[in-house]
Design a protein around this ligand. Structure first.
Ligand code: BT5
Length: 259
């Protein structure tokens, strides 16, 4: 992967600017700095390796050299999009899951920010915002996808079991083709983010629908319930053992299946 190959492969997509790094700390850190300056809408930072890739709450995200996709898109939301920014994680997750599904991979979304294949994590999303006073100026959307087998971290270091596209497909897919398809899906889905049908689409790909899950969040007691769907802002709706509806908001939440 290099800047020229990337430019050529993505030339037909209406992206902003592109910055490629052979190695970087975290593409999200670079994107946050660029977003606070002059990055145009849909600019992208992409790296062949991350040495301090981040998950939520500064958990580590592994991106060994040449094995994965690690990129961050910068979104400058329009006035119409601003009321719907809590849906951005769904937009990114849908773009990843839908583009993988065109390759006959049964990708699903583990709310809020993971993409699974056959119950194992193949990708993660990290959304961060740049504020201008009370207003969100930019949203940076970090996406990590395990493409080759070598991208999967050792089991012992993981909160949830992981896989790679190569492991699922039994051949090594081209990283640039996967990237192209995810970005094309993102651009295609984006205008629908503000519509109610978007939530239905997102719900349609939720993992553990109807199943019993446990949600852990910081120091508060875990919540247990069946997955019922999503609220309009993308929060998760569960039904507990008393038949009551519970809404789980975004934040540092961890969802585990209980079956
Ligand atoms: C995430 O966080 O899943 C968000 C990951 C976002 C990564 C992208 S890569 C491009 C951009 N630049 C960055 O620095 N980050 C973004 P979370 O839900 O908190 O999950 C983190 C947990 O996933 C870790 O604690 C590990 O258990 C596990 N993990 C780390 N690397 C993994 C990998 N390559 N594959 C599967 N699981 C992994």
């Amino acid at each position: 992967m290099n800047q020229n190959e990337l430019k050529k492969s993505l030339s037909k997509l209406p992206l902003g600017d592109l910055k490629y790094f052979e190695s970087i700390g975290s593409t999200n850190d670079e994107a946050l700095a660029w977003a606070a300056n002059d990055a145009p809408d849909l600019s992208m930072i992409i790296a062949d390796e991350q040495t301090s890739g981040r998950g939520r709450l500064d958990r580590k995200w592994f991106t060994p050299q040449g094995t994965a996709l690690a990129f961050t898109l910068i979104l400058r939301p329009t006035a119409d999009e601003k009321p719907y920014l809590t849906r951005t994680v769904g937009l990114a997750a849908l773009a990843v899951a839908e583009s993988l599904r065109t390759r006959d991979l049964a990708a699903q979304i583990k709310w809020p920010n993971d993409v699974l294949i056959a119950g194992r994590k193949v990708g993660g999303i990290l959304i961060e915002s740049v504020w201008s006073g009370e207003d969100v100026d930019c949203v940076v959307i970090g996406i990590g996808i395990n493409v080759l087998r070598g991208s999967v971290p050792p089991m012992g270091s993981l909160l949830f079991s992981a896989t790679s596209l190569e492991g699922e497909l039994e051949y090594a897919p081209e990283r640039l083709e996967i990237l192209h398809d995810i970005l094309a899906a993102f651009i295609d889905i984006r205008p629908r983010m503000v519509k109610e049908e978007f939530i239905k689409k997102w719900e349609g790909l939720l993992a553990f629908q109807g199943e019993l899950v446990q949600i852990e969040s910081g120091d508060t007691p875990a919540v247990i319930g069946h997955v019922m769907g999503l609220e309009s802002d993308g929060s998760l709706r569960l039904r507990n053992e008393h038949g009551e509806s519970i809404t789980v908001r975004f934040g540092d939440v961890r969802l585990r299946p209980l079956a």
